[in-house]
Design a binder for this molecule. Structure first.
Ligand SMILES: [Zn+2]
Ligand SMILES: [Zn+2]
Length: 300
């Protein structure tokens, strides 16, 4: 199989199937009532995903798979220095890429400028499958760059890249689902994969909860590095989803999502909740607080 020419269609077909299946599941058995009409959010979130895909394909047509093949031709990367069975290299490469993406997610929360971009994902006022594709194009491009570097340095085989990308987009649909699994099943599954209840904690307005459960795919990194939080304090149905700074329903409109990293300059009043400063996006937080001061001084 020509991996590069089939990869995009294979990924799209599996993504569309997962989105349809989870969307149907949420429609039949939703956990939480929507705060914003579902049609508005789904249109905006999916349109943002289409823009992301268009930009990425335009700038790097062959994507991360292309980078993997390029590195393979030149014999680059750690995994090419060892003589391990192909299946073992594929498994280890997928796990290693998952760790890279986990670490990238932690950094996006910790570095104020990156947090501004990642806020677009967190500002969604509801949590469902469409939230799983809600990322600012600049965050997608930075993530692409990180993956290209990681794949080249590690010498990840192209087939492992395809497996990882498919896993990542499918689990993103699953772990953002507005559904609840039976307690025993959730407890069992979250030993292996991030469940909707586990990732919902990460979308809480409470800063200490936002700065936990960074995993998208494997839950192990949060267990290992002490960033795991089992449940939200307020419970899954009563907890508030989103960011304290952005409660205006406009955060669910496409053009506002694209402009959201610049909202301070647009003079939108914002407040941030206090919380655990360990991973708190300090400068962004401070800038939002400055915005409140600006707004109140104008009133005086
Ligand atoms: Zn996050
Ligand atoms: Zn998320």
């Amino acid at each position: 199989m020509n991996l590069v020419s089939h990869e995009a269609w294979l990924r799209f077909a599996i993504f569309a199937g997962a989105l349809l299946a989870v969307g149907l599941w949420e429609t039949l058995a939703p956990l939480r009532k929507p705060t914003v009409p579902r049609s508005v959010r789904w249109f905006s979130n999916l349109a943002l995903a289409a823009i992301d895909t268009g930009i990425v394909r335009l700038l790097i047509p062959l994507g991360v798979v292309g980078a993997a093949l390029f590195a393979e031709e030149r014999g680059w990367g750690l995994f090419r220095q060892v003589d391990w069975p192909a299946w073992l290299v594929i498994v280890l490469a997928v796990v290693a890429l998952d760790f890279v993406i986990w670490l990238q997610h932690v950094i996006f929360h910790a570095v104020p400028l990156l947090w501004r971009l990642h806020q677009v994902h967190h500002a969604d006022l509801d949590f469902d499958a469409s939230t799983g594709v809600r990322f600012h194009p600049l965050e997608m491009l930075i993530s692409l760059g990180v993956k290209v570097v990681a794949v080249s340095a590690l010498g990840v085989p192209a087939v492992a890249v395809v497996i990882f990308e498919i896993l990542l987009s499918t689990t993103a649909m699953f772990n953002h689902a507005n559904v609840r699994l039976p307690g025993w099943l959730d407890a069992l599954l979250r030993l292996l994969v991030v469940t909707p209840d586990m990732h919902r904690v990460h979308h809480s307005v409470e800063t200490r909860e936002t700065n936990s459960n960074f995993g998208f795919n494997l839950p192990w990194w949060d267990f290992l590095f002490g960033t795991y939080r089992a449940q939200p304090d307020a419970g899954h149905e009563a907890m508030t989803i989103g960011l304290t700074a952005f409660r205006d329903p406009r955060v669910c409109w496409l053009h506002w999502m694209l402009l959201l990293p610049l909202w301070r300059r647009l003079g939108v009043q914002a407040e941030m909740a206090g919380g655990d400063p360990r991973l708190e996006p300090a400068a962004s937080d401070a800038s939002e607080k400055r915005c409140v001061l600006d707004a109140s001084s104008k009133r005086r």
